[in-house]
Design a binder for this molecule. Structure first.
Ligand code: ADE
Ligand code: ZN
Length: 348
């Protein structure tokens, strides 16, 4: 679509919800709603530090990334059996279908579970079965990305990779998440090199709280294909030029940035500027159960706060589809559907 047709501003929120989109940055453990945490805790006889869903939700007042991670890892401790991982993923995929997500690339943190004695195949098989059933029953396409925890050692990441390799056909790539500051990409040079040799797709969180140097490191040392977050790239003009020139996708998560105090106000979010500068950015939910909304809520709240319009909506949705690891033919099919939705909204 060369020119995005004009759409009445009153219909923009509806268009944002209706447009087909991909979600490329969502941690499945971050989709565990408090109600499901309590249900799984009861099913698995695991004590919780909170006595009600309301008390747990009230604890979701974060001051930075680490204050969130502490509670996020505690929440994930209720996951023990394959069915628990399946139920968690099906619940997310239901929400994604409701938000017109046609494709999602889901992060999972195996070390959070294997460190508690849960077997790697329990984690991967539960998630994989959920993705497969959602594809068959609801038509949503999804893939899994195994994420290494950067607060742990590279040795632990290498062992995690070895444990996952018998299930190599069930995940498409690897990522790097958890506490960013003090854990630069260079710490994981060898494990990413090995993953590259294995033909895995490579992504990493960088420039969420950390400096532009971490984004350079993720690109030049880890050889990643996408940067998760990357909002700090604006501090470095040379890096901005490179991201534009190479069209390296940044998977931006506005409500996450707000809830983790990376920004003070959604109106201050730099995504409109990054988009206008020609960076390949799109909108994602990161940890929707903790940050106050799934992907459509991220779109509608950011658009309401910043005054972006239909042309930006089109570009963001298109970027999400193009930046995915799906086949070119599949991307073309989704983009044709996107164009159709925009034409319908323009005509109405
Ligand atoms: N794990 C889950 N959410 C994360 C985030 N926003 N940053 C780093 N690690 C994470
Ligand atoms: Zn993330």
């Amino acid at each position: 679509m060369n020119t995005v047709p004009a759409v009445d501003a009153s219909r923009l929120p509806q268009l944002l919800r209706a447009m087909p989109k991909a979600e490329l940055h969502m941690h499945i453990e971050g989709s565990l709603e408090p109600e499901l945490i309590f249900a799984l805790a009861q099913r698995n006889q695991i004590p919780l530090a909170y006595d009600s869903v309301e008390a747990l939700r009230a604890a979701y007042a974060f001051t930075d990334l680490q204050s969130f991670l502490d509670i996020y890892y505690a929440g994930a401790s209720v996951l023990l059996h394959e069915q628990d991982f399946y139920d968690m993923a099906r619940a997310y995929l239901d929400r994604a279908v409701a938000d017109n997500v046609v494709h999602t690339e889901i992060f999972f943190d195996p070390q959070t579970h294997t460190e508690r004695g849960v077997a790697m195949e329990t984690v991967i098989n539960g998630l994989y079965r959920a993705c497969r059933d959602a594809q068959i029953e609801q038509g949503i396409s999804s893939s899994l990305i195994l994420s290494f925890l950067r607060h742990l050692s590279e040795e632990s990441a290498l062992q995690t990779l070895d444990a996952a390799l018998p299930l190599r056909d069930r995940f498409i790539g690897v990522g790097l998440d958890s506490s960013e500051l003090g854990n630069p990409p260079e710490k994981f040079t060898r494990v990413f090199e090995r993953c590259k040799q294995l033909g895995l797709r490579l992504v990493a969180h960088a420039g969420e709280e950390g400096p532009p140097a971490y984004i350079w490191g993720a690109l030049d040392v880890l050889n990643v294909e996408r940067i998760d977050h990357g909002v700090q790239s604006e501090q470095d003009a040379l890096l901005m030029q490179r991201l534009v020139k190479e069209q390296i996708p940044l998977t931006v998560c506005p409500l996450s940035n707000l809830k983790l105090c990376v920004i003070k106000d959604l109106a201050d979010h730099n995504l409109p500027r990054l988009l206008a500068a020609g960076l390949k950015v799109m909108i994602n939910s990161d940890d929707p159960a903790y940050f106050g909304g799934y992907v459509n809520e991220n779109y509608t709240q950011l658009f309401a706060a910043t005054g972006m319009g239909a042309p930006e909506a089109y570009q963001l949705a298109r970027n999400s589809l193009e930046a995915s690891f799906a086949s070119q033919a599949q991307k073309q099919e989704w983009i044709a559907r996107l164009d159709e939705v925009f034409r319908e909204y323009a005509a109405a």
